[in-house]
Design a protein around this ligand. Structure first.
Ligand code: ADP
Ligand code: F6P
Length: 324
């Protein structure tokens, strides 16, 4: 008797991230190469609950590796935060005969996946978020593209800021984490970097730094502020009132989340997507694909969600010396 074909579902959830399509492409193509039936689920957990299932084959993912966003669309689904929603989700996976469900998303999406695992669904998580804020992994798909997009934008703001001898506060995304702000702060040579992890709310210290830099002859003052701190417009007003230096706030917003993924994101996404399928084929259950110390690994999802990681205090501290 012929062996039953394995059926693998996949969805993207939470904020989209450049490289998600490269991951979808890898999952579908490696899945088909390994003999699985591949089912795409649209709009994250919302689409799961609404049974928005589509068959996927090698041609469905043609021309996608270079595209930002996610061809499966994504959503935040409040219903999935309820027990009723989670029970319903697990029943739908069973009804459609899913042997495994691959979830590409952030920490929240993994918590949703864990709730399905507890209801008997075999789930595999792939870290996809521009924020880099998933503790179990050194890399999350989308981060490299986002920081490069933000870095280019900040370079442009700097041109005009220097020309007008202004102070510029540039707010970058990252939810409650400061990774995008730290990387851009260093890469853009910011005079101040405000991170949710370390900022003590001392506006006077920022004002003193601006005055000292002006005295040294600097024609601009770039402050990279993390979204987790926010209030960039209010801070701009406070600085202008205290220093007399024209100060402008620029909130980069969603442009950081779009665009064609960088080579780094395409390669991580392709490798993680392939590994997710191979982990299923090996009969493993309830894993998160992570990148740790230069290696791709599959971790137990429950353990992965208990992990913690710290942003580098050393990089933060030296950033002040780099902008002397
Ligand atoms: P991300 O995955 O990028 O962290 P969210 O935190 O918004 O984004 O999570 C995406 C979706 O995952 C939520 O809209 C919800 O449907 C689901 N989710 C988040 N947290 C949980 C949780 N604790 N339990 C179940 N589902 C969750
Ligand atoms: O998680 C990615 C992210 O872009 C965060 O940096 C930001 O806080 C959030 O999503 C914004 O979410 P939304 O698209 O719901 O406004």
């Amino acid at each position: 008797m012929a062996e039953k074909k394995i059926t693998i579902g996949l969805l993207t959830s939470g904020g989209d991230a450049p490289g998600m399509n490269a991951a979808i492409r890898a999952i579908v193509r490696v899945g088909i190469a390994r003999g699985a039936k591949m089912i795409g689920i649209k709009r994250g957990y919302a689409g799961l609950l609404a049974e928005e299932f589509i068959d996927m084959d090698v041609t469905t993912v043609c021309e996608t590796i270079q595209k930002g966003g996610t061809i499966l669309q994504t959503a935040r689904c409040p219903e999935f935060l309820t027990e009723e929603g989670e029970n319903h989700g697990a029943k739908i996976c069973e009804k459609h005969g899913l042997d495994a469900l691959i979830v590409i998303g952030g920490d929240g999406s993994f918590r949703g996946a864990l709730s399905l695992a507890k209801r008997g669904v075999n789930v595999i998580g792939i870290p996809g978020t521009i924020d880099l804020d998933i503790p179990c992994t050194d890399y999350t798909i989308g981060f490299d593209t986002a920081i490069n997009t933000a870095m280019s934008a900040i370079d442009k703001v700097r041109d005009t800021s220097s020309s007008h001898e202004r102070c510029s506060i540039i707010e970058v995304m990252g939810r409650n984490a400061g990774y995008i702000a730290l990387y851009c702060g260093i890469a853009n040579g910011a005079e101040d970097i405000l991170l949710p992890e370390f900022y003590d709310g001392n506006e006077q210290a920022i004002i003193n730094n601006i005055i000292a830099n002006r005295k040294k002859g600097k024609s601009h003052h770039i402050i990279v502020n993390a979204e987790g701190i926010g209030h960039s417009n209010a801070l701009a007003k406070t600085i202008e009132a205290a220093t007399g230096i024209e100060t402008r706030a620029t909130i980069l917003g969603y442009l950081q989340r779009g665009g064609s993924p960088t080579c780094t994101d395409r390669v991580h996404a392709s490798t993680m997507g392939a590994l997710a399928v191979d982990v299923i084929m090996e009969g493993k259950k309830n894993k998160v694909i992570a990148y740790q110390n230069g290696q791709y690994v599959a971790l137990d999802i429950e353990e992965a969600l208990k992990m913690k990681k710290d942003i580098s205090r050393y990089q933060f501290e030296i950033s002040r010396l780099l902008s002397l």
